[in-house]
Design a protein around this ligand. Structure first.
Ligand code: PHE
Length: 396
């Protein structure tokens, strides 16, 4: 049986003025009001995998979120924004439970999260049912928002990302591929499909699809299959823990073909765990600070360097953008003489976001709640991540 989420098992934090408090100090069902009846505070609930196998997703998200929050924690009418962060340990059941708790117990107006598409897909029906706006900063599977009125995302979707991977490979004359799919992740299953479609319709040939499962550590059997197929490229559509081990084992067994992955592998762990074997690993991503040219991106990158003394990654930038979009939606509600706690208003502003000047680029939300925006392609060179190119979405 899966462990259910309880106050004891979750790590709950409220960020107030930069300090982290226990959830107990902010959990309160009554909306605080000032004497004249105006809202004094508004709560945003955040669900992230801060521990567990994909903890890097949660930790990097939170770093970006902290920067965005600390530079923008008051709405234009003085209402204070409170954030309640819950750790779901990368588990979809806990992710869904966290959303219930944030809505029913904590009384949040909006939800930010998750990272892994499978977890966001578990959260979305809960938010939808409670008519509470949810924005995922990083989940790229189309099904996260499909048919939902209250779910939005700050990132592009996998049909676009998969096409960018496929075209980049084909432009480099890498026209036969083995695809590696993590059967346990909706993200990987969807991205593999998107890659295959774009790759074959542009002249590439898929030699084989090889399956793995998140949590696997030994890829001998899969690597032997890849070796026997002798592809020009290996399209890896999973997450960094398996990606790093896979490339390491492939190189150890003499596989020379380059790997191409996507946002799920773009973490320092790829190089730290993969070591020399990660050289030449290409991947699509949402943001690269080297390519950041807007004022929003530049000031975020500066704040990030000052605070954390490291490269500003895409995940943190996406979390910061999602937070900024919620705050902007709340401010627009104030302009319309509505309360920033008005979920219907906040949701409709989020869903109609146009020309939002984000750190990761300009964000326009389409009729399905998806962001239409550009992707970057990176490559590991000499143990560092090198920016290669930016690909813009087709403007239709
Ligand atoms: N796009 C991935 C998913 O949908 C999550 C992810 C985003 C991972 C960005 C890393 C970086 O599951």
């Amino acid at each position: 049986m899966r462990k259910s989420l309880s106050i004891v098992t979750i790590l709950a934090m409220a960020i107030t003025g930069g300090s982290i408090l226990n959830a107990g100090t902010v959990v309160d069902n009554n909306t605080t009001k000032t004497g004249n009846g105006e809202q004094k505070e508004v709560k945003i609930g955040v669900v992230l995998p801060l521990t567990g196998p994909i903890a890097a997703f949660g930790q990097t998200s939170k770093r970006g979120l902290d920067i965005a929050y600390n530079s923008n924690k008051k709405l234009k009418n003085g209402t204070e924004v409170k954030i309640i962060v819950l750790d779901d340990r990368g588990d979809k059941v806990e992710a869904a439970t966290a959303v219930k708790r944030l809505i029913n117990k904590d009384g949040v107006t909006a939800i930010l999260g998750e990272v892994a598409s499978s977890n966001s897909m578990a959260m979305a029906p809960v938010a939808e049912k409670a008519k509470t706006p949810m924005i995922t900063h990083a989940s790229t599977n189309p099904r996260v928002t499909k048919g939902k009125k209250y779910v939005t995302r700050a990132c592009f979707i996998d049909p676009f990302q998969g096409a960018v991977m496929a075209k980049y490979a084909l432009n480099n004359k890498l026209d036969t591929a083995v695809v590696i799919t993590d059967a346990k992740q909706d993200y990987s299953v969807g991205l593999s499909k998107a890659f295959k479609k774009a790759y074959t319709s542009n002249g590439g040939k898929i030699l084989k699809v090889v399956r793995i499962n998140s949590g696997d550590k030994d890829f001998n059997a899969q690597v032997s299959t890849i070796k026997s197929q002798n592809p020009k490229i290996i399209a890896f559509t999973g997450y960094y823990p398996e990606g790093a081990l896979m490339v390491k084992q492939a190189r150890a067994m003499g596989v020379k073909a380059p790997f191409i992955g996507a946002d799920g592998v773009g973490f320092p762990e790829l190089v730290n765990i993969g070591g020399k074997a990660s050289e030449g690993f290409m991947y699509t991503d949402h943001f690269n600070e080297e390519a950041a040219s807007s004022d929003e991106a530049k000031s975020y990158v500066k704040a990030y360097h000052d605070k954390y003394k490291k490269t500003a990654d895409s995940m943190g930038a996406l979390a910061a953008d999602a937070y900024g979009m919620i705050v902007s939606a709340m401010n627009q509600c104030i302009d319309d003489k509505k309360a920033p706690t008005d979920k219907e208003c906040v949701n409709s502003k989020l869903r109609s976001t146009k020309g939002y000047k984000g750190i990761t680029g300009e964000i326009n939300i389409d009729k399905n709640g998806n962001a239409v925006k550009s992707a970057v392609v990176n490559e590991v060179k000499n143990g560092k991540v090198i920016y290669k190119t930016t690909v813009n979405p087709k403007i239709r």
